[in-house]
Design a protein around this ligand. Structure first.
Ligand SMILES: Nc1ncnc2c1ncn2[C@@H]1O[C@H](COP(=O)(O)OP(=O)(O)OP(=O)(O)O)[C@@H](O)[C@H]1O
Ligand SMILES: [Zn+2]
Length: 643
């Protein structure tokens, strides 16, 4: 029997290497097999067949073949383990998830309406034709491509994906479409289903066990040749992938925030390269990284309606926060003649902080270094750990009863709207109202059906949905985002305003109001002119001066522990161990305490992210036993989404 190198799927770092086993003829790379490892049995993934036996060892035989994944996914997983400083086993779990056997009666399979025959547009615009042609040329040359499709909301990007997908199908190639969150993309999913019917499979975390298995089987067997899903769909067991689309490529949801901390956009690029496929990244507001690195295809105009006018409301001159006079005037007009508005405020609750007027102290969470947020349930909540306490009658620090609410959250905004424009129905969309299953959909439906309403919410309201009849959109407070101590603060603010503008005026002349104390801020000035290229040029220059991406990669090491000094001490050692890598290493700097744990962070700016991450991971692995004894933990994050 041939010998194979097999990675056992066990989490112990000491066993993070391949072992040699005998495999039956016909078992190849990508087979998921039962193996014995020491005294236990586990699953393993075959990485290579036809290897030599290590000297002095007679390899055991593998057990049953449990599954077969496409061979390129094995290479993809091993690459992820290396690039993101994880282990082969953890990365292979992503591409070869455990298949649980069906138990007893199983729920009926996912309902798949057989819809076909969505009307295609009579003709593509010239720009759309050019875009589709560029993609199909890449199919026919068979050498892959990495393309950025840039165009304002409503410029027909989705139609380009659909046409490219059809062209892939004609050539016998499959397509993977990644969206930030399935729940926020029902319209995109619907359009793929309508155009392509049953050959579309959906993959996302809310699927039940049986549904997920059914969809995986349909993909693996080749019955489904199109997959639409959230970030993990980049690991779909599809063979012959010709096209990978990443829609709304600027969205932070493509990054996984637990080990392996992979970025589905980077993984999509790697998978496309491994399979000779074409990767298309689409957005109205692309990341500076994509703008600088990818070949661009541009759609310049919105189809059917001009972009809305964007007006900056200077809060230094206008009283009445959170509802300034200009905003109230516009809302009043809607109340009179009917219509819909979307108000964006990126803070939940009534007020972001409760502050004592006498001693100046604001109530903070006992285990996290953050102010507690006042909610309408009469309690103060920690948005990090979920702790809550009743609102105190008097300041616990000095006894004064003069407690003031600072700022406004979505709940307070709702109350103010009720007072000033009671004619408008108020519909709130944030993590509090979307918590229950189905609530998100119901909220969106309510707003769609209303004819005189305001949708109030956090950034969720700026994502993806197309609502008819939205004439007014407003950013209630553009300054909170700008003030974040994050190198992406400018990028995020520009994206938020521009994406929100895209929700307005799709079928009516639209207006966007942006309330701010800093109307001269770069992202706001460019967003006002819908100048994506101008903003990105300036932003890339600013980033380059500071050696941020796209000029360099970032790698962070975050340590946490039970006392204040431990994390920083550990990171100083890590920093010394990184001296040989070409990188600028900053820190350790203290971070906010979270859930009672003290934290600190190292930030490295480097052109060798992989080498640096590998070195940091090796240092931490070597220090493992000592760390466990002192209750310290540390994680390495390559290409983090924020600092
Ligand atoms: N060539 C065309 N002719 C007529 N209508 C079109 C054409 N292409 C797209 N449309 C229509 O224009 C609207 C906007 O197109 P689409 O949704 O594809 O834009 P988009 O850029 O993907 O928008 P978003 O960024 O919001 O996802 C849709 O209603 C679509 O059906
Ligand atoms: Zn807390």
């Amino acid at each position: 029997m041939p010998l194979a190198s097999v990675y056992p799927l066990v989490s112990t770092r000491a066993l993070a290497r391949p072992f040699t086993y005998e495999v039956p003829d016909g078992v190849g790379k990508g087979a998921v097999v039962a193996v014995r490892l020491g005294r236990s049995s586990t699953r393993g993934v075959v990485a290579e067949v036809g290897v030599e036996a290590p000297s002095g060892i007679s390899p055991a035989a593998v057990g049953k073949v449990l599954d077969r994944i496409p061979p390129p996914l094995v290479d993809l997983a091993l690459w992820i383990a290396d690039y993101y400083g994880s282990t082969p086993a953890r990365a292979l779990e992503l591409v070869a998830p455990l298949r649980r056997a069906p138990r007893g009666t199983r729920p009926s399979p996912a309902e798949r309406e057989s819809l076909a025959g969505e009307p295609e547009p009579g003709s593509l615009t010239g720009e759309q034709r050019t875009a589709v042609a560029r993609i199909t040329t890449a199919f026919d040359e068979g050498c892959g491509a990495h393309l950025l499709l840039v165009g304002p909301t409503g410029s027909g990007k989705t139609e380009v994906y659909l046409q490219a997908c059809a062209a892939a199908l004609e050539r016998g190639l499959g397509t993977i479409v990644l969206v930030p969150e399935i729940a926020l993309a029902p319209q995109t999913v619907g359009r793929f289903r309508e155009r392509f019917g049953d050959t579309v499979a959906i993959m996302h975390s809310a699927l039940g066990e049986a549904e997920r298995r059914d969809e995986r089987d349909r993909i693996a067997s080749g019955e489904a040749r199109i997959v639409v899903g959230a970030r993990s769909a980049v690991f779909a067991p599809m063979r012959g992938v010709g096209l990978i689309v990443v829609d709304e490529e600027h969205d932070a949801a493509f990054k996984q925030e637990s080990d392996p901390r992979y970025d589905a956009r980077t993984v999509a690029a790697k998978r496309a390269a491994l399979e000779g496929a074409v990767a298309v990244y689409g957005s109205a507001t692309p990341r500076p990284e994509s703008w600088a690195r990818l070949e661009r295809i541009e759609l310049s105009v919105r189809i059917g309606a001009p972009m809305p006018r964007v007006r900056l409301v200077d809060l230094r001159r206008e009283a009445g926060y959170p509802l300034s006079a200009p905003l109230l005037a516009e809302l009043g007009r809607l109340a009179d003649r009917g219509g819909k508005a979307i108000l964006l405020l990126n803070r939940r609750g009534v007020a972001p902080a409760l502050h004592c007027r006498a001693c100046g102290v604001s109530r903070r969470c006992g285990s996290c270094d953050v102010a507690l947020t006042l909610h309408r349930d009469g309690r103060l909540h920690c948005h990090h750990c979920g702790f809550s306490e009743p609102v105190p009658e008097a300041c616990p620090a000095c006894g004064s009863s003069q407690l003031a609410q600072i700022g406004a959250g979505t709940q307070r905004l709702e109350t103010e709207l009720e007072r000033h424009v009671p004619e408008l129905e108020r519909i709130r969309l944030d993590a509090d109202t979307a918590a229950e299953p189905g609530a998100l959909r119901a909220t969106i439906e309510r707003f769609r059906a209303a004819d005189r309403a305001v949708l109030i919410g956090t950034q969720m309201v700026a994502k993806g949905h197309h609502f008819a009849g939205v004439e007014l959109a407003a950013v209630v407070d553009a300054d909170t985002g700008l003030a974040l101590p994050d190198f992406r603060a400018e990028e995020r603010t520009f994206q938020l305003v521009t994406q929100l503008a895209g929700r307005s005026g799709r079928d009516a002349p639209g207006l966007v109001l942006v309330q701010t104390f800093q109307p001269e801020a770069t992202p706001l000035r460019f967003a006002q002119r819908h100048d994506v290229a101008g903003f990105l040029a300036e932003e890339i220059e600013r980033r380059a001066a500071l050696a941020y991406p796209p000029l360099r990669h970032l790698v962070t090491v975050v340590a946490s522990g039970p006392d204040a000094s431990g994390p920083a001490r550990l990171l100083r050692e890590v920093r010394e161990g990184l001296a040989s890598v070409d990188a600028q290493v900053l820190g350790p700097a203290p971070l906010l305490r979270l859930r009672g744990r003290h934290r600190a962070q190292l930030v490295a700016k480097t052109s060798e992210p992989r080498r640096l991450a590998r070195q940091a991971a090796a240092l931490l692995a070597a220090a493992g036993p000592a760390l466990r004894k002192s209750g310290l933990t540390a994680v390495v994050d390559v290409d983090p989404q924020s600092l």
